[in-house]
Write a protein that binds this ligand. Structure first.
Ligand SMILES: Nc1ncnc2c1ncn2[C@@H]1O[C@H](COP(=O)(O)OP(=O)(O)OP(=O)(O)O)[C@@H](O)[C@H]1O
Ligand SMILES: [Mg+2]
Length: 278
């Protein structure tokens, strides 16, 4: 279950594109934080600001105002030249379009991002990750010869390569069929829990709500508090946080569908926190 280490914190973040009459406020005073081991999903209509939120969270885009902290580093005041190192060491991106290099094999695409270790170590780690993702027989394939699901898994291996604190995914299941989409999400959840990373996913795909710890709704550049949902650690249902019975344990808030689940949790919190690791 998530622990109290915060891997991503946005405070009062606003992003305005353009100026004057053409100005668009894509994010409007947004606050957000994610804890280690947590899988958070951000949903919302087209144009709500989801991609803007994710690219700012990953230090790919500067906000107009507000502060951003990634795995303990306040990046707000960092110089442009210092941002690539933060991205490389702390953040893994999974883009909808995968962004694989077409002239490189699966193995090379993953190996490429590991610049801080020897080539031999990078190759070994890339192979290990691809094996873990079920691609041991596709190491030498070029992206054009891989299926959508396989490319997605190469992109995930690449995102994990530098063991980032934070994984950001924009519509990660958009190109996958239902079963593959579920599989990819289960995998991301397992990785987050095992390695203590946070996964923040932007998606329209209601099916992946099931594997997330929290779902937030972004609309017109703001998180709408009234529809925030979380998973009941006892019965597994998604519940609306607003007005739900709640308890704090080890620095985390837990929400329940009813008092009965809350009572069960309070009687043996560790049991439910442990059970949710699976
Ligand atoms: N580079 C840009 N210049 C100007 N406006 C932009 C730019 N990028 C995004 N916008 C605007 O900011 C708003 C938020 O865009 P964003 O891409 O973050 O939305 P989104 O929630 O990801 O949408 P979708 O679900 O369609 O991907 C939109 O109104 C969009 O038109
Ligand atoms: Mg988008």
């Amino acid at each position: 279950m998530p622990d109290s280490r915060v891997t991503l914190r946005l405070q009062n973040v606003t992003k305005v594109y353009g100026v004057g009459d053409a100005a668009v406020t894509a994010l409007d005073s947004v606050d957000f934080s994610a804890q280690a081991g947590e899988v958070v999903m951000v949903m919302g209509p087209s144009g709500a600001g989801k991609t803007t939120f994710l690219t700012i969270a990953g230090a790919l885009l500067r906000p107009t105002s507000g502060t951003i902290e990634i795995a303990g580093t306040d990046i707000t005041g960092l110089k442009e030249k210092d941002l690539p190192a933060v991205r490389r060491e702390k953040v893994g991106f999974i883009f909808q379009s995968f962004n694989l290099l077409e002239s490189l094999t699966a193995l090379e695409n993953v190996r490429l991002v590991m610049t801080d270790i020897t080539p031999r170590s990078a190759t070994n780690r890339a192979r290990e990750l691809l094996n873990m993702l079920g691609l041991s027989r596709r190491l030498k394939s070029l992206p054009k010869n891989l299926s959508g699901g396989e490319k997605q898994r190469v992109a995930i291996a690449r995102a994990l390569a530098n063991n980032p604190d934070l994984i950001l995914a924009d519509e990660p299941t958009a190109n996958l069929d239902s079963a593959r989409g579920q599989e990819v999400m289960q995998l991301l959840r397992q990785i987050a829990l095992d390695l203590g990373q946070s996964v923040v996913i932007v998606s329209h795909d209601h099916r992946i709500r099931e594997v997330t710890h929290r779902v937030l709704w972004l609309e017109d550049g703001r998180f709408r508090a009234d529809v925030i949902t979380a998973r009941d650690a006892v019965c597994g249902q998604m519940v609306e946080v607003e007005g739900a019975p709640t308890v704090s344990f080890n620095g985390m808030s837990y929400y329940f569908c009813a008092e009965q689940c809350l009572k069960l949790f309070e009687a043996a919190p560790r049991r439910y926190v442990e059970a949710n690791k699976g």
